[in-house]
Design a protein around this ligand. Structure first.
Ligand code: ATP
Ligand code: MG
Length: 631
């Protein structure tokens, strides 16, 4: 403590002490040096000029002041005029404002072209529209399939937005971002990948007139964001809530409208039933009431070319393509006891390199015996629990096969981890890693029938008639591989739709009814807005009309007449609702939309076209947010 006080005293003294002669000399010298060096870099040109002026005035007699000022003014004017004329002949002529410096690298003929400002913004909009135009015709029930050839010569035949765009090779950054958008939609909700692209491009193109009128992009983005928030509010009001376990009819309507736009609509009823059955099988409800649906992991689609689509079915269990390890093992077992392993039934192999030195000829025999004993011990541990079927993710040696077959056990080797997980879920077995740790509770007993069946040229293992399985296999049969691929995509869409409604049991009318209702509400709300954001706010409403418009276009009816009529019907319904209840804009929602097959206007309640709330909301959100990002 004392030391500290002393030290601080000393510091104080030092600060207060007058500078020594040496120190003061140094400082004076530094000042002089700075003055002789001229203006410091931080000084403004005005300050420098005024300094020079005051220095000049000190030496020049009073009448000379005016002459000096006149000379300076002339010099400044000459410099300014020169720089002005030079800028005219400069090759880098720019007209952009600093805020519009959006740099875009666009590839043309293997050269990278730099675009900035408004040019870049307009080219972004054009690229987005170009992407949307590729898939515009694949929206709705009258959509057309596209046949795409990949560089390897393979064919993809589909009308799934995401699948088409995945195959398209583009180099424009905005086009790439649009393709990402549809992928994001596919991963998030599984449907609406065409709508999201068409809508996003339309929202972007609505910004074009504002940009031409020199609106700042942030003003447009603010207007769009406000419109999005209001549209979500209105969508919430229009939505209809259902109970998935009771209102099965609603769920099938929902899946039908999702599959109805696809190639497999001919087998509508079959696919709808399959999608609902598969999703309800893999739905798990926790004790707290939380629902979990993992389609990707627990509902596997197996495509087997041959047969008819009518032969397709959802198994109450699992099927995988595997032959038994030994041909004499049993091929059909009722109520089998199933053991799952993820360890090998072989002698232990070295990790990477193993060196063994044998000096005595007896040692070799001892070594082989030890290995045999090891495998036998593992098999005895398994046999002790009397399983009927043993499935492992690793290998099964010949010796192990021998022991298992003698014990009347059917064994499978090298099953994929994902398949093994599904078998575990369906049969109630636990995957065991070490044979010495197997217990009775690890054996799966929920399977009703194990059978090996031959489909086409291959043998398949069926574990069927499971009791309350939480995983399933969907077998798809069909004429060709391309057809099967498309049916699988359609079925995946349908299953995702069911999953969405299980998570969020709310529906919105399809056929452009929701979009038109939102458009009318946005235009009405926009009239009460003040300032520059009003235009972009109402433009979102206009953009939303692209969905019913495209549906009408794809039907081949008069687009203008249909849309005008639809708009008028929605506006009238909104006006009636506002009169009866002025506090809410859409208390009695109008469900009139475009019949995607005939092109007539019809109430979606009658037609039964509904979409999950989450898909629709996600589509609108993603589309507007993406447009804001690109602007
Ligand atoms: N029978 C129908 N009449 C009118 N509109 C329909 C009908 N069936 C579906 N729709 C509408 O068609 C749109 C969906 O079309 P589609 O399924 O082709 O595209 P998507 O779902 O956006 O994309 P994708 O299914 O390729 O991921 C929705 O707006 C839906 O309301
Ligand atoms: Mg769809």
């Amino acid at each position: 403590m004392r030391n500290f006080c002393e030290a601080s005293d000393i510091r104080l003294e030092r600060q207060q002490a007058p500078p020594t002669l040496k120190e003061s000399n140094v400082t004076t010298f530094q000042h002089q040096k700075m003055a002789s060096m001229g203006p410091s870099p931080g000084m403004g040109p005005v300050m420098v000029l005024s300094k020079w002026l005051s220095a000049l005035i000190r030496f020049v007699p009073l009448e000379g002041h005016l002459v000096v000022v006149a000379v300076i003014v002339v010099v400044v004017v000459i410099v300014w005029l020169t720089s002005f004329f030079m800028s005219f002949f400069s090759p880098q002529k720019r007209y952009t404002k600093p805020h519009q410096c959006t740099h875009v690298h666009k590839k043309t003929d293997a050269k990278t072209q730099r675009q900035t400002g408004r040019e870049a913004q307009l080219s972004n909009i054009q690229a987005a529209m170009a992407v949307a135009n590729i898939i515009r015709t694949t929206l709705g029930p009258q959509s057309m399939l596209k046949m795409l050839l990949d560089p390897m010569g393979g064919i993809v035949m589909t009308n799934d937005g995401n699948c088409i765009l995945r195959e398209v090779d583009v180099s424009h950054p905005t086009a790439k971002s649009m393709i990402e958008l549809s992928r994001a939609q596919e991963e998030e909700v599984g449907d609406g990948t065409t709508s999201v692209i068409v809508l996003s491009a339309q929202v972007l193109s609505q910004a074009e007139p504002f940009l031409m009128n020199k609106y700042h992009p942030t003003v447009i983005v603010q207007g769009y964001t406000k419109a999005l928030a209001y549209a979500l509010e209105v969508a919430e009001k229009i939505a209809v809530s259902i109970d998935v376990s009771k209102d099965q009819e609603w769920v099938s309507k929902l899946v039908m409208s999702s599959i109805g736009t696809k190639f497999s609509s001919r087998w509508n009823e079959k696919l709808v039933d399959m999608a609902i059955q598969a999703v309800l099988t893999v739905t798990e409800t926790s004790a707290s009431g939380m629902r979990r649906v993992d389609i990707k992991r627990y509902a596997k689609v197996e495509k087997i070319p041959g047969g008819e689509l009518d032969d397709s079915k959802v198994l109450k269990g699992i099927m995988f393509q595997k032959e038994m390890t030994h041909s004499k093992m049993r091929r059909r077992i009722e109520n089998p006891r199933i053991l799952l392993l993820d360890s090998p039934l072989e002698y232990k192999k070295g990790e990477s390199q193993t060196t063994m030195e044998i000096t005595d000829d007896q040692d070799w025999n001892t070594m082989l015996k030890l290995e045999e004993e090891y495998v036998e011990r593992m098999c005895q541990e398994i046999i002790a629990l009397k399983p009927d079927v043993v499935i492992t993710e690793k290998g099964v040696s010949d010796l192990a096969q021998h022991y298992l077959q003698k014990a009347n056990i059917t064994a499978f080797r090298r099953l994929r981890k994902t398949d093994n997980n599904r078998v575990a879920k369906a049969t109630g077995a636990t995957i065991v890693s070490r044979t010495e740790e197997i217990s009775e509770s690890d054996i799966g007993t929920k399977c009703g029938l194990f059978e090996m069946r031959k489909l086409g040229d291959d043998w398949f293992c069926f574990l069927e008639e499971c009791e309350d399985p939480k995983a399933c296999t969907i077998i798809l049969r069909g004429g060709s591989k391309d057809v099967l691929n498309e049916v699988e995509r359609n079925l995946q869409d349908a299953m995702q739709v069911v999953r969405n409604v299980v998570y969020d049991p709310k529906l919105l009318p399809g056929g452009g009814a929701t979009e038109m209702a939102l458009a009318v509400a946005l235009r009405k709300q926009g009239q009460s807005l003040q300032g520059t954001q009003q235009g972009p706010f109402m433009a979102v409403g206009d953009a939303l009309e692209v969905i019913p418009r495209t549906l009408a276009q794809n039907c081949g009816v008069s687009v203008i007449r249909t849309i005008t009529e639809l708009r008028a019907k929605h506006a009238a319904a909104a006006a009636v609702a506002a009169e009866s209840d002025p506090s809410s804009t859409n208390s009695k929602p109008c469900h009139i939309g475009v019949n995607g097959i005939t092109g007539d206007l019809i109430d979606m309640n009658e037609l039964g076209i509904w979409e999950p709330f989450s898909v629709k909301v996600q589509t609108i959100k993603t589309a507007i947010e993406n447009a804001c990002m690109i602007l």
